[in-house]
Design a protein around this ligand. Structure first.
Ligand SMILES: Cc1ncc(C[n+]2csc(CCOP(=O)(O)OP(=O)(O)O)c2C)c(N)n1
Ligand SMILES: [Mg+2]
Length: 344
């Protein structure tokens, strides 16, 4: 019988070591969380300065959830992250210049200036990223199909699919989880439960207690996890990924966070109750992990400053590179839209 459980928090340095996280790996995760936060802060500033057209979405509050899961993925695994998952892109090594090019509509971006947002299609080893489309959760059936392909080809690979609390109500998610349960596909579903779907709170979206309840409904385990705690997220994601790789089927991980900024730059999120916001501000994922590293791994001020300086320099170089990247050439608009018969 499949069940739902609440993940026990990972607390000590010993438990982290048991989960495979030595000091170097922990510092790498911390660096990726700082980079995620800093890229998004820089993007907000670029938007306000009129240097970034369209809109800008952040995953503030989601850094541990994104970096924790992506750090647990194997080199050849494939992910379909969404608009809150900058940390997945950072952890999987996407060049920040490509991220800024994409958001700034430059030809150096993944869609060569045709679209904005986080849209990286890159199946090279170590990245394994399937670009999202705006329709939510339209990539869930696709990543489920990728898991089916891994199984049919007997490949030792796992698919990881992301969905929000709001989009989780849609049929594509239910149909995909049903197929994954029936076929015991090598997939891990992540529901980023940031408690809002635009301005709609959870209580108006679903009546079950936990979205993780839906795992057992389709024949596999559901786990509720504090999504602000990168260590627990990592340990549970690593277990679920290894379980899938061993042929033991899917897992649904519900990561509880709070969207700490509006839906996008235009939204001040005034509808989020202040006490809820303050509760999650006190559990800021980056601050929490920094404090844990200070106590458990003697993270020094000098190390923190070195990490912050490296991230800052990387991002400034990336912004400069994006600003130097030309806008798309209208004459090449149709390129890459249709495949010509010699390409297929
Ligand atoms: C099918 C579909 N309907 C509506 C939208 C517009 N939309 C974009 S994001 C969003 C909220 C999604 O909420 P959730 O799934 O909780 O993800 P979050 O943005 O909170 O991470 C909506 C309604 C969309 N992209 N796709
Ligand atoms: Mg949401």
């Amino acid at each position: 019988m499949s069940a739902i459980r609440q993940a026990e928090p990972l607390l000590s340095a010993n438990e982290a070591t048991e989960a495979g996280l030595d000091r170097d790996r922990l510092l790498r995760m911390y660096r990726d969380m700082v980079a995620t936060r800093t890229i998004e802060e820089r993007g907000n500033l670029l938007f306000k300065a009129g240097r970034l057209p369209g809109s800008f979405y952040t995953g503030r509050g989601n850094e541990a959830a994104s970096v924790g899961v992506a750090s647990a993925m194997g080199e050849d695994d494939v992910a379909s992250p969404l608009h809150r998952n900058m940390g997945v892109h950072v952890t999987r090594g996407v060049d920040p210049a490509a991220i800024f090019c994409q958001y700034m509509g430059r030809s150096g971006g993944a869609t060569r200036g045709r679209d904005s947002n986080l849209r990286t299609n890159d199946f090279s080893p170590g990245k394994g990223l399937l670009a999202g489309v705006s329709h939510l959760p339209a990539m869930i059936p696709v990543i489920t199909g990728i898991a089916l392909a891994f199984q049919l080809r007997r490949e030792d690979r796992v698919a990881v699919g992301w969905c929000g609390d709001g989009a989780a109500a849609r049929g594509d998610m239910h149909e995909s989880m049903n197929l994954a349960g029936v076929r015991r596909l090598p997939i891990v579903y992540i529901i980023d439960n940031n408690q809002y779907a635009y301005s709609t709170p959870n209580r108006l979206s679903f009546a079950c207690e936990h979205l993780a309840d839906r795992g057992p409904a389709y024949g596999f385990e559901g786990i509720v996890i504090d999504g602000t705690d990168v260590l627990t997220v990592y340990r549970e994601a690593a277990r679920a990924i290894e379980k899938a790789r061993a042929g033991d089927g899917p897992t649904l991980l519900e990561l509880i966070t709070l969207r700490m900024e509006g839906h996008a730059v235009h939204d001040d999120a005034a509808y989020v109750p202040r006490p809820l916001y303050e509760e999650f501000a006190a559990r800021d994922p980056v601050e929490r992990f920094r404090a844990w590293l200070q106590v458990n791994h003697d993270l020094t001020d000098a190390e923190q400053q070195d990490i912050a300086a490296e991230v800052q320099a990387t991002i400034e170089r990336a912004v400069a590179e994006a600003e130097a990247s030309p806008p798309p050439d209208p004459g090449r608009l149709a390129e890459g839209v249709y495949a010509v018969s010699s390409d297929v």
